[in-house]
Design a protein around this ligand. Structure first.
Ligand SMILES: [Zn+2]
Ligand SMILES: [Zn+2]
Length: 234
């Protein structure tokens, strides 16, 4: 697994928006800057077969129009599967039409399949099993933490959310839990370092790594935490 983008929505700390690569063929989230981040890390966007979305904010799904159009212009032939919250297909179409009118109707050499999460129902995608856990984050559709099980590893990612015990379930027994650490102190719809520190012992995971830090979190005392950075391999 590689952290392609570890930033918040606003590029704080010079970090790219959220994008996590699981092997060469799967992304978890694809923020508006993710195609640039993939290129910077010498990853081939046309190898990506599956994109799992936590929620429908631009810093988590806004890179999809660019990923799809890049595939179109570079003669991609392999289909792309997107798994996201209910409403993903409409939101993606609206984003594509806003950014590049006509782009959602173009005939391509590959198909884009959009599947929806159902809370806590595992979905099998090639050799991965993806399980969503609904969390608390306003984004015009349900938001999820996701657990991704590969043949030999399991990871979970919080997405954006204020505290919910669903995070404990998503992270239960995983090798690595990637968790939002947005601010030093509580803030609506996001996770903060004080709350996480208080509840850290309740997580049953091998390792907890922070991501999606705002400027104030990046400037906080982070000595007790492992913090993701762009390009980090785990
Ligand atoms: Zn968000
Ligand atoms: Zn975000």
């Amino acid at each position: 697994m590689t952290i392609v983008g570890s930033g918040d929505a606003f590029g704080s700390g010079g970090r790219f928006q959220t994008c996590i690569a699981v092997g060469a063929q799967t992304l978890v989230d694809c923020g508006a800057t993710s195609l640039t981040a993939l290129r910077q890390q010498s990853r081939e966007p046309n190898e990506i077969r599956t994109v799992v979305l936590t929620h429908l904010h631009g810093d988590h799904f806004g890179g999809l129009p660019f990923l799809i159009l890049d595939g179109q212009f570079r003669r991609r032939t392999e289909d792309l599967t997107i798994v996201g919250p209910p409403g993903t297909e409409d939101r993606l179409k609206a984003a594509m039409e806003t950014l590049y009118p006509g782009s959602s109707e173009v005939r391509r050499r590959f198909d884009v399949h959009v599947l929806e999460h159902t809370d806590r129902r595992p979905q099998r995608l090639d050799d991965l099993t993806v399980t969503p856990y609904e969390v608390r984050h306003a984004s015009g559709a349900p938001a999820y933490a996701v657990r991704v099980q590969t043949p030999d590893r399991s990871i979970a990612y919080s997405g954006d959310t204020e505290w919910t015990d669903a995070l404990l379930d998503a992270a239960d027994g995983v090798d690595l839990f990637l968790c939002e650490g947005y601010s030093p102190t509580p803030i609506r719809w996001h996770l903060d370092l004080a709350t996480l520190a208080e509840r850290r012992d309740r997580f049953n995971c091998q390792e907890l790594v922070l991501t999606h830090l705002s400027p104030t979190a990046l400037a906080a005392d982070l000595t007790d935490w492992t913090v993701a950075y762009d390009g980090l391999r785990l």
